[in-house]
Design a protein around this ligand. Structure first.
Ligand code: SIN
Ligand code: MN
Length: 200
């Protein structure tokens, strides 16, 4: 497995092989049934282009009331548990003494993106955030810990895992675009990104 350090972002290229990727998609199927993807709205009222849901004790949500973690899906149901196989990836790559209590699931369909942002709704930034890419390639942009300045981009492919910790924990990041249909992992195309966070 190749490893690339880009501005403190620890990128494990090809961490998950093809069968591990398929296995994760199988594990996500019942989760997406229990906690369906929905299109979130930012506090300013703008619809995001990605669709979103979560697993874990807490899920990250956004709506007119703001960005936050909460213990239920917008439909009122508790979030499904994070599968042990996903927790094992966290354990292997972070060695942290705490398990994540949120696995945010973002689905990128054709033409979707995610603007540059910081992950800063968590209680303690000393825990890393771990991001798993599945499906279509994504152009991932990395900025600075303050808005503006030079950025660098890298294409992430299915099976790549990024660890955002230490000085990179509060760096701006986002997805400019995906190469829709570049992977056959998801039957209808698109990309799933899982981010594991210690939220509380
Ligand atoms: C995120 O920052 O929440 C998602 C990053 C990605 O999709 O790779
Ligand atoms: Mn993020």
């Amino acid at each position: 497995m190749a490893r690339l350090l880009l501005r403190g972002f620890d990128i494990r290229i090809g961490y998950l092989d093809a069968s591990a990727q398929t296995g994760l998609i199988e594990l996500l199927r019942p989760i997406l049934k229990a906690a369906p993807l929905y299109r979130p709205v930012t506090p300013s009222g703008k619809e995001m282009s990605v669709r979103m849901t979560s697993a874990g004790a807490l899920g990250w949500v956004t709506d007119r009331a703001g960005y936050r973690y909460q213990d239920t899906h917008p439909d009122g149901a508790a979030w499904p548990a994070i599968p042990d196989e996903i927790l094992a990836i966290w354990q292997d790559l972070t060695g942290a003494d705490r398990q994540p209590d949120c696995c945010l699931i973002n689905y990128y369909g054709e033409g979707t993106k995610m603007g540059l942002h910081q992950d800063k709704d968590e209680a303690d930034f000393s825990w890393p955030v771990l991001s798993i890419s599945l499906g279509d390639d994504a152009l991932f942009r990395i900025g600075n810990t303050t808005r503006g300045g030079k950025t660098e981009s890298i294409w992430l492919s299915s099976g790549d895992v990024v660890i955002m910790g230490g000085p990179a924990r509060l760096a701006y990041h986002g997805v400019d675009r995906i190469r829709f249909g570049s992977s056959r992992l998801l039957p209808k195309g698109g990309r799933i990104n899982l981010t594991l966070r210690v939220a509380s």
